[in-house]
Design a protein around this ligand. Structure first.
Ligand code: BG6
Length: 492
């Protein structure tokens, strides 16, 4: 049973309150927390954006968004009305101090509350907005600043944003979101690793052959094609989400779940990542771009057609990474992510080594297939472990692979998994920074990928085309092939 603890009274300010992220993710997430009775009666939500809107007009926008993005079955009209009543609106041009002063006056009506200021704005505004907030005194001990990705587009730009924000806020007040860290299944990865004694002794190069991390999406860039053209899969997914999954998979046990203990261990992994050399960049990093094709029987256009022009932006990346430390020396980590792949599916595969010697050979030519642990992050969250068993019945001692399967939904009779933002938004109110990225972590991740970005931007090479609905460019399969391995594609 989930445990609902009402959080302390808060004021949540969403700068960019009329934007896509607020409507699609933030407000629905807060609504779900309302539905579960986790929001205190006093809590207020204040939208800030450039448009001149009345409170009623803003509330009408929020209502329309909730009706679109919250499943109809989860709409309880009484709760819905109570939730909408929490909203107010302040028009504010991002570049005048008066608007921030007005916001301060509104927040000062309740000076003892936790105040969260969520910047759902382009990152170029993080520095200037932080300066305004500091100027009017909205950077006190009760104020917390939430920053959405992308935090920069390479190492220097990320350092610049962080430095600007640091002029106004202490690091302890800054919450950098990587929504993957808020996913139940990603937190489960820590529960699995550090809540069971079983895995520790096999979680190393002694028995692990290699690790695969896949985040596959069947959607395309769609109406985000223009934003995406400045980003691409490496910045949009690898630098943050996949790097974080790699950290959680590879890190040592932290001393506790305390924010800095966890983040210190993740940082050590990022700092152990082997820098890519020129040869890696040609053989061990593959970028692709989807062309037209079909997903679930439906024809879809290519990325360049969606964007309306030819582009070298990658919609797929596969790469081989190495964590150069005692635990993982010699164990490659294969990462891949792409849009318009056949299914939406994310998983971490721990592929173990073969048994050192088969005692079954005199009786059978069947090979013992190596064990494999698959941690399914989404959908159908769960864990499955491939084991070798005896093929039942007569016919000698023949081996057969079978799976031990755990589906979290079935096991815990869940109707829904909470969205990652539900956890993260309230963790900010609670002041729990464990699932947020620290500045040094973020910069270490940028340091790792920036050489790839630099080589790509200086090169005439183009991303390899792959058909929508396929598993990406053949070069990604060839990268595995050269190592005598293959991608795990038995995804549900
Ligand atoms: C976002 C990316 O951070 O993550 C999107 O900007 C991507 O391009 C999304 O689609 C994937 O998140 P999820 O939770 O749907 O796996």
């Amino acid at each position: 049973m989930s445990k609902i603890i009402v959080v302390d009274p808060f004021d949540y300010v969403v700068v960019g309150g009329t934007g896509d992220l607020a409507k699609r993710k933030l407000f629905p997430a807060l609504y779900h927390r309302e539905l579960d009775g986790q929001l205190p009666d006093e809590a207020r939500i204040i939208g800030v954006a450039r448009s001149e809107l009345t409170r009623d007009a803003f509330k009408a926008q929020v209502e329309a968004a909730l009706r679109e993005f919250v499943p109809a079955a989860d709409i309880d009209e009484a709760v819905f009305a109570k939730f909408l009543n929490r909203f107010s609106y302040q028009p504010n041009n991002a570049f005048t101090v008066e608007g921030y002063q007005k916001l301060k006056d509104t927040l000062d009506e309740h000076p003892d509350r936790v105040r969260v200021i969520y910047l759902a704005t382009p990152p170029s505004l993080f520095g200037p907005i932080s300066a305004f907030l500091a100027e009017v005194g909205l950077n006190g001990p009760r104020d917390r600043l939430v920053l959405e990705k992308p935090l920069g587009h390479d190492l220097p730009s990320s350092q610049e944003i962080n430095a600007d924000v640091a002029k106004a806020f202490d690091e302890a007040q800054v919450y950098r979101i990587d929504h993957y860290l808020g996913k139940e299944s990603v937190q489960n990865l820590m529960a699995l690793r550090f809540g069971n004694v079983l895995f520790e002794s096999i979680w190393s190069n002694a028995v692990v052959d290699h690790i695969q991390i896949t985040v596959a999406e069947d959607i395309g860039a769609g109406d985000r094609a223009t934003y995406y053209s400045k980003s691409g899969a490496l910045r949009d997914m690898v630098q943050n989400h996949l790097a974080q999954l790699l950290c959680l998979t590879a890190m040592e046990a932290p001393a506790s779940m305390d924010a800095d203990s966890v983040r210190d261990e993740k940082l050590k992994v990022l700092r152990s990542l082997r820098p890519f050399n020129a040869e890696d960049l040609t053989t061990n990093v593959v970028r692709g771009q989807y062309t037209s094709g079909a997903i679930n029987g439906e024809s879809v256009p290519g990325y360049a057609t969606e964007l309306g022009e030819a582009t070298t932006t990658e919609t797929y990346v596969a790469l081989k990474a190495h964590v150069d430390n005692w635990r993982w020396a010699g164990v490659p980590f294969y990462l891949r992510t792409g849009k318009r792949l056949p299914v939406r599916s994310s998983e971490i595969v721990i592929q173990f080594k073969s048994i050192p010697h088969s005692i079954f050979r005199p009786y059978t030519t069947d090979q013992a297939v190596p064990n494999r642990l698959v941690i399914r992050l989404q959908p159908d969250e769960g864990v499955s472990l491939r084991l070798m068993t005896k093929d039942p019945g007569p016919g000698g001692m023949r081996l057969r692979a079978a799976s031990l399967d755990l589906s979290f939904k079935d096991e815990f009779e869940l109707e829904r998994f909470p969205d990652a933002y539900e956890r993260l938004l309230l963790d900010v109110v609670r002041g729990n920074r464990t699932l947020f990225m620290r500045r040094d972590e973020l910069e270490a991740a940028w340091e790792w990928v920036t050489p790839i970005l630099n080589v790509w931007s200086a090169s005439d090479d183009e991303p390899k085309p792959y058909q929508s609905g396929s598993w990406g460019p053949t070069a990604a399969a060839m990268m595995m092939d050269r190592d005598g391995r293959h991608w795990h594609e038995d995804m549900r």
